[in-house]
Write a protein that binds this ligand. Structure first.
Ligand SMILES: CC(C)(COP(=O)(O)OP(=O)(O)OC[C@H]1O[C@@H](n2cnc3c(N)ncnc32)[C@H](O)[C@@H]1OP(=O)(O)O)[C@@H](O)C(=O)NCCC(=O)NCCS
Length: 180
């Protein structure tokens, strides 16, 4: 796959907000319209407020023009481990979460999307990159847990790349975790 990863923050710094918004408006992901609209409508604001960091997978066409093949967003969001969830969780995983008074700290893979027409497998490659970034952060500040929230349909996909589902639904989403 021919792409390079770029920080949205740097793109805004180098090109300005108006140019960046117009560039992001070219992104299409028909399988994930929520993820598409996050990139177009919220990612720059979240970057400015420090809520998340977004990274774009870019490919240059023959004329040197960049095309967005996919993106992912990283953040921090704790996990609530209530009694029900605690009981449903395997002991080995529970031990790794370092829960303190019902809260486990976690890195969040908040968004992930592959553009229409981008090669299958790019999503998994972006997850590997995201985990490398979390690992670098973990080496500096600690925390070994990575979480994400997904719809039922995507559970098998995330399980196939090493995430485990914990507990039941919260707001119609499943919490999945992996340990770095
Ligand atoms: C999730 C995603 C990044 C994975 O990319 P990838 O690693 O390149 O893998 P693929 O796109 O081939 O998807 C793998 C499988 O996941 C499942 N899947 C992916 N997105 C799905 C969705 N939105 N709803 C239901 N199933 C989905 C499908 O079974 C798919 O296999 P198929 O296309 O052969 O049926 C990509 O499919 C995507 O952009 N989906 C839409 C946005 C999205 O749902 N993001 C996840 C939010 S938690």
């Amino acid at each position: 796959m021919d792409y390079t990863i770029h920080s949205l923050r740097k793109i805004v710094t180098n090109n300005g907000e108006d140019w960046t918004k117009s560039f992001l408006s070219t992104f299409e992901c028909s399988k994930g319209r929520d993820a598409e609209s996050f990139l177009k409508e919220k990612s720059i604001e979240y970057e400015e407020r420090g809520i998340s960091r977004t990274y774009l997978a870019l490919r240059e066409d023959e004329s040197g023009k960049s095309e967005i093949m996919g993106y992912f967003s990283l953040a921090i969001k704790c996990l609530k481990i209530d009694d029900k969830r605690h009981k449903a969780m395997p002991d080995d995983l529970m031990a790794l979460l370092n829960t303190d008074r019902g809260i486990a700290q976690a890195y969040l893979l908040g968004q992930l999307a592959r553009a229409d027409g981008a090669q299958k497998g790019l999503g998994a490659a972006m997850i590997s990159r995201a985990l490398e970034m979390f690992k670098a952060s973990s080496d500096i500040v600690g925390c070994m847990t990575v979480r994400l929230d997904c719809k039922d349909d995507l559970i098998p996909y995330y399980e196939s790349i090493g995430f485990r589902r914990i507990g039941g639904h919260y707001n119609d989403l499943n919490q999945m975790v992996t340990i770095l």
